[in-house]
Write a protein that binds this ligand. Structure first.
Ligand SMILES: [Mg+2]
Length: 237
């Protein structure tokens, strides 16, 4: 059901997909990190923040309805920027359901202080702790050729296996390194009639949770890897 929404758009996304080489600056290697598995839940759900769970802007007039205002620390001396959030509809219902089944992790290419402010606002509004770990820019790789940041799920391998990890992200490029672990979702830009999260929630709960290897299931359902490999072959001819 959920995956059918994507077939047409995926083709479009894949055709505008940049050519990737294997040139990344592994800047996170310099960062001390440990994302040990705390939760006993078998599967791990990694969630992108911007345009996946929320639309955030510093320009108040961009949003008709503001759900929350956060302050993002810019320097350690206390200067901060005010940002306005519009939560994607059904965000809290989805998190309330999925926290019972998945270990939940946020992973953004935004700054650590933005990620922390977002997580705090969601947990304050939801009245509970949802996220086991919050990963941000310092945990991303940088693709010099494409001038974009990429996420790398290998950073989570301590205590987990890639067959049990899924990432949901509105930008396919973000999970380029593990295409078989990635579930794409349409951009959320503040439209309160958006109803993607209930569909995503059902797909995760009823199809991904029972999959022995999420990669096989995702490859079969979304075919992103196949499409991109076909395109890369075309480039490499
Ligand atoms: Mg995003």
């Amino acid at each position: 059901m959920f995956k059918e929404f994507y077939s047409e758009n995926l083709y479009r996304a894949v055709f505008t997909f940049p050519k990737f080489t294997r040139n990344y600056s592994k800047n996170y290697k310099a960062v001390q990190y440990s994302f040990k598995k705390i939760s006993k839940k078998k599967k791990t759900l990694v969630l992108d923040i911007d345009e996946t769970l929320v639309y955030a802007t510093t320009n108040r007039s961009e949003l008709r309805a503001i759900d929350e205002t956060i302050f993002i620390k810019m320097t350690k001396f206390g200067a901060s920027v005010k940002a306005y959030l519009s939560y994607r509809p059904f965000l809290f219902q989805m998190l309330d359901t999925l926290r019972n089944h998945f270990e939940l992790i946020l992973y953004t290419c935004g700054t650590a202080s933005y990620a922390a402010a977002f997580a705090e606002s969601v947990e304050k509004n939801g009245g509970k702790r949802y996220f086991d770990h919050v990963l941000s820019l310092q945990h991303c790789l940088y693709s010099m050729e494409n001038e974009i940041y990429i996420k790398d799920l290998k950073i989570l391998e301590e205590g987990r296996q890639l067959k049990d990890i899924v990432i949901v992200d509105n930008t396919i490029q973000s999970f380029f390194l593990q295409l078989s672990n990635g579930i794409p979702i349409y951009d959320y830009t503040g439209d309160k009639s958006d109803a993607m999260l209930p569909l995503l929630c059902d797909y995760l709960q009823f199809q991904i949770l029972t999959a022995p290897d999420v990669r096989t299931k995702i490859d079969k359902d979304f075919k992103i890897k196949k499409l991109i490999e076909a395109k890369q072959d075309y480039y490499n001819r």
